[in-house]
Design a protein around this ligand. Sequence first.
Ligand code: FAD
Length: 434
Amino acid sequence: MYDLAVIGAGWAGFNAALRARQLGLKVALIEKDRVGGTCLNRGCIPTKALIQSAKIYSLSKKSANFGIEAAAPQINFLKIQERKEKIVQQLHSGMQFRLKGIGLVSGQARIFSPQVLKVGSEIVNTKFILVATGSRPIELGELKFDGKKIISSDEILNLKEIPRSLLIIGGGVIGCEFASLFCAFGSSVSIVELMPQILPGIDKEIARKLENIFKKKGIKVSTGTDAKHVDLKDYDLVLLCIGRQPETKDLDLEKFGVKLEKGKILVDEYLKTSISNIYAAGDCTGKIMLAHFAAYQGRVAAENIAHPDKPKKAESANIPNCIFTDPEIASVGLSQEEGLSQGQDVRIDKFDFLSSGMARILDETEGFIKIISDKRTEQILGASIIGPRATELIGILTLGMQSRLKISQIRDTIFAHPTLSESISEAVKTDYAI
Ligand code: FAD
């Protein structure tokens, strides 16, 4: 009899299993595919590995700007794919190694009763279940994935060659990252987005800025446009990425009284479902579909299962959101629009990377940092960045928000020069504030 059976070895399930073992529970981790889930095998890691190759290509094309004369760089796409695979494989081995002491069960789990799971012919008896089955890409009405011309983010990661023309339906985070990537590799890229802006939900000024940068690079962006008005015949390949839905349909959870809403597993603030010994974490709860949030929820669920006497709330504030386009985008907390619409007496500080010494040295001056704070308490309410290393810089502001720092404390902190991080303190030193 296990104390805990975790279904799904993605970032939520893996972290939950490690934490539960650390807390002394006997744990089974059930995975039907590969340990690492979406993030490692077809999400965060492979996309960023490809993006790094695209970055090297773009940088080498402009090496003469840095006084380095080199022959025109050539793309070897198969090598790029091999490098990506190697990184995934290395991380996969590392994860397998870390699972020592956890009963890894391969196969699709089916819930037989709230204490019994079936994995193929194997029976897993358990006191608690944590569902961490992740999510999968959504199709668009009549437009279905065919694995050849109309593909999802799963297949685009494994292309053997760079498409000449690529239509991306959905200008969200995944769509914009692939647009940026394949444009850098020389594809002719078009984005169709139903909403009035790409990256819906992101600071409007930043989304507009990225749209302008995309257009300058030759990416065609059509916002407020329904994909059904687009002729797919005009493109070699169509990436459909309009969102993801929780992967819960094969589990029959409702049969055991677990409440779902549009496929999302409903959990309370302690990540418990409507059945007292079944918990859920990660994308299958349909909250914030990000790997670090899934990992956090997994850890909190494991702690609550191990220590039901001192339950811990799973928070959803101060979760950074990173977009690995060129330039990068990152945000945490409130956007400018959200700050102003909540009627809070907000102050908005801004710093343009044009004035940053390090941005000039890197030759990446496009973009800015925006920090939203409460005028009265001086506490940071949110921050949005577009520009070099935005995805690293946001960590400082996330820590600032989590620690309830005042902007005057950031102003008084001495950041090293010349660095990109000093731009954060420069932002709150400027007179520009509304
Ligand atoms: P998953 O990682 O999906 O893991 C669920 C696991 O459960 C899977 O391995 C699946 O095989 C298994 N499973 C499902 N059903 C069963 C069953 N019945 N029995 C056994 N096993 C089962 N997030 C970021 O934070 N940063 C990024 O840069 C980023 N980039 C992304 C890029 C792309 C292209 C995509 C698609 C996603 C990206 N994400 C990113 C999102 C991130 O990958 C997910 O939020 C994260 O993987 C969710 O983790 P999870 O553990 O909830 O689910």
